[in-house]
Design a protein around this ligand. Structure first.
Ligand code: FES
Length: 765
């Protein structure tokens, strides 16, 4: 069809040239799907593509909201052939008795969750632990085969087979026909998500038919062993117990689908990850020196170069996505690879940042009740691969000039070969065989955020006034540091202390961070230690930057209020507002003029908007006057001592909603005392799961224990990272983040500290 002939969508709306020209089977999309859809994320996030007959959705929030609602957006077409087969191919499939039906992937509710519930036990975190040893052993055995050769194709010599063997062990299936299974699984991918030519369709149909029969045979043999171990044996037993839920047709279809799903995505993701890490400046070296970073690096690789590119859904009703009218029965291609590069959700999304705080938000595993059940097995494998490679082959390099080829299909992506090389005479185990027995067994599940430390050097120390020092921190290797925005802070880890400090330099600066530290005589010791001991060239560890105190740049006017050392984030905000040409006033109060910090900068850059108050000189900040006339559209950002924030919080009750923004670095909350708590149930609407929160655990702990990737950071109720929407139930708020108005609205909860007042909460998770 010519582009000119396809310029209308099924709703009759004209479609753009880009939308009509987009081709999922073209090189651009296969090689770099997020780049191929950059135009769409920017200009046309939901568009109709006549070549495919699908509506394509490319932004993060839209993709996530489609995953969230699996009634309006049915997964039933997820395994439908995207390229129509000729009648001869259909005949061939029929001759093998091929009858692929519903599996967990394309099952509608309520059947999907009924099955998932009876089958998901083996995926619980405590049940997965035992597979670590198996994966480690296989990794060692395969690496031993090429470690002294100096060159290997990792896809064909390792990454294809290990995930397949792990999958077979997990399923309880014998691994004797491994080569044939590989051939079958490629055919299944091409058949379902690819664009085979007419003659290829026939060969593919034969392979798929044979695969179907092989899956049936495996199933038949397994059924003869009622006590066999592994997930498929468990599924067969559940079929006997609940034949209405786990039906025979389901068993056969699932057997075939799981043989592919359980390993191909991990094989591809592992190859993508190693390629990305070796081609990103400094990334491999960073992992070689900081093993703790590996779990987060795996998530960042899944985000930047995930192996699952897109899924499909069908609109069961006429609806709208991001304002675009979608007709009933419309088919949707939701492009996860594009959503994972959406700058509306991920700062600097094309950068590979191994420390990225929210990288686990990626959608490569899907989201909600259809999220990949095997995600924690895939994570485990990728973490062990990277750990063993960085330990045994830190000098690994990509072979230059190699071409990467990808199987033409809409949804799965990984190179067909990945050549790497190294100098075997420099293998560390030749000089230190003990490295072979040093294993870092990462906890199963999403990465622990406390492990995301970055090493920096103190490049300058300035004494700002009697009790404040300002530190300039740089990367020891001179690497560019991740960008930050006003309101950001870092966690500084030094001499056993871990404290949060706001960044106060120029946010545009890419090679250094600045923080100011007040020596607190009555504090917990960190500030005194730093003030007295820090010097140029000292090494420090940091976590971040993170921003839980983000400046809304759309407001019409701003009041910035700082007390004491609280000037640090406020100054960065003032800089930003000035550069944006916004109307702002900056009020800064201190005990004495001697205690003022960053004064030179304040005078040189903000003098026209600045009011200074020194208590010692009898010059007090009058909050009544400053905030006397707050109108809609004014935003107040404040940082300073607790009594200042408390006073503002009190006054904020009479201001328009969301006027006041502040950040606390210290929690006022108490530790959990089970004797004063009660247990409660939490229903997760998006995941269709109910979990009990015991009286001795937090809601966050209960979520993580069942494998939900619940975002979190401080775990003290002060950062806001763990916020989740509440759909039903009364909340016992215990955080320091939400304003009184937000708490009253009872529509969101900080899962790390807040609880249910009654017996149940329903969450949008
Ligand atoms: Fe920081 Fe909950 S994790 S508020």
């Amino acid at each position: 069809m010519k582009i000119e002939d396809m310029m209308k969508s099924p709703t009759g709306c004209p479609i753009s040239h880009d939308a009509a020209a987009f081709d999922v089977f073209e090189e651009d999309y296969l090689v770099n799907p997020h780049e191929a859809l950059r135009w769409s994320r920017e200009k046309e996030p939901v568009f109709y593509n006549p070549r495919l007959g699908y509506w394509v959705v490319t932004r993060y929030d839209d993709v996530k909201s489609i995953f969230r609602d699996n009634i309006l957006f049915s997964p039933s077409i997820a395994l439908e052939k995207i390229t129509q087969a000729p009648p001869e191919a259909e005949e061939i499939l029929k001759s093998y008795g091929y009858a692929m039906n519903r599996t967990l992937v394309n099952e509608d509710e309520p059947a999907h969750m009924e099955r998932r519930r009876v089958l998901m036990d083996s995926f619980n975190l405590d049940k997965l632990e035992k597979h670590q040893g198996d994966i480690r052993n296989l990794t060692r055995i395969y690496m031993d085969r090429f470690i002294n050769k100096g060159k290997a194709d990792l896809v064909n010599e390792m990454f294809w087979e290990i995930p397949l063997m792990v999958a077979l062990h997990f399923l309880g299936v014998s691994d004797e026909d491994i080569e044939q299974l590989r051939e079958f699984s490629v055919a299944h991918t091409v058949n379902t998500w690819g664009k085979p030519s007419e003659s290829e369709q026939l060969a593919v149909a034969h392979s798929v038919g044979k695969f179907w029969q092989a899956a049936g045979k495996i199933l038949e043999n397994m059924s003869k062993d009622p006590d066999g171990s592994g997930w498929m044996h468990h599924t067969i037993r559940q079929h006997k117990l609940y034949p209405e839920v786990v039906t025979s047709s389901y068993l056969h279809s699932m057997m075939m689908a799981i043989l592919v799903a359980a390993h191909e995505t991990t094989s591809n993701a592992s190859a993508n990850a190693i390629r990305l890490l070796l081609s990103t400046e400094g990334a491999w070296q960073e992992l070689c020196t900081n093993v703790n970073l590996i779990p987060n690096a795996v998530e960042e690789c899944l985000r930047v170069e995930g192996s699952v590119v897109a899924w499909r859904r069908r609109a069961t009703e006429q609806t709208k996505i991001n304002g675009v009218k979608i007709p009933k029965d419309a088919k949707l291609l939701i492009v996860l690879a594009s959503a994972n590069h959406d700058e509306r959700h991920f700062e600097d999304p094309d950068e590979v940042d191994l420390y990225r705080e929210n990288t686990t938000d990626h959608l490569t595993f899907g989201y909600g009740s259809h999220q990949c059940m095997g995600k924690n097995i895939a994570r485990m494998e990728m973490r062990i691969f990277i750990e063993e490679f960085t330990k045994r082959l830190p000098h690994l390099k990509l072979v230059e000039g190699q071409q990467y080829e990808y199987l033409p299909n809409t949804s799965f992506r990984g190179p067909s070969s990945l050549w790497v090389e190294w100098d075997p005479d420099k293998n560390p185990e030749l000089y230190d065989p003990s490295i072979l027995v040093k294993n870092h067994n990462f906890p199963i599940g999403s990465p622990l955020k406390d492990d995301l430390t970055r090493s920096l050097k103190v490049s300058n120390v300035y004494k700002e006034c009697d009790d404040i020092v300002r530190l300039v921190l740089k990367s020891p290797s001179g690497h560019v540091l991740p960008k930050w925005s006003p309101g950001s802070h870092i966690d500084l880890i030094i001499n056993g202390y871990n404290r949060k400090y706001s960044l106060c330099g120029q946010s545009e600066s890419s090679n250094q961070y600045e923080i100011a530290i007040l020596k607190e005589e009555e504090g917990r010791g960190a500030s005194k230690y730093i003030y007295n001991n820090i010097s140029i060239d000292d090494d420090v560890q940091i976590v971040g930057p993170k921003n839980h105190f983000r400046l809304d740049e759309q407001a019409s006017s701003y009041i910035l209020i700082a007390g004491g050392i609280g000037i640090t984030p406020i100054l960065a905000m003032a800089d930003k507002l000035k550069s944006l040409g916004k109307k702002y006033k900056l009020h800064y109060a201190v005990r004495s003029i001697k205690g003022m910090t960053l004064v030179k900068r304040l005078h040189s850059d903000h003098i026209d908007n600045l009011s200074l108050y020194s208590k010692e000189d009898g010059d007090r900040m009058d909050l009544t006057e400053i905030t006397g006339n707050i109108t809609e559209g004014t935003q107040i950002y404040a940082c300073g001592p607790e009594r200042l924030l408390f006073e503002l919080e009190k006054r904020s009750n009479s201001w328009p909603d969301n006027t006041l923004h502040f950040e606390r670095f210290v929690s006022r909350g108490e530790n959990l005392s089970p004797e004063n708590e009660h247990s409660f149930d939490v229903e997760l609407k998006d995941s269709d799961i109910t979990v009990q929160v015991r009286d001795d655990q937090t809601l966050l702990e209960a979520l993580l224990a069942i494998g939900i990737d619940a975002p979190h950071d401080c775990k003290e109720g002060i950062c806001g990272t763990c916020e989740v929407g509440v759909l039903k139930g009364e909340i016992d708020h215990r955080d320091e983040v939400l304003t009184a108005a937000e708490k009253n609205s009872q529509d969101r909860i900080m899962t790390c500290c807040s609880r249910a007042k009654g017996g149940k909460l329903t969450l949008a998770l």
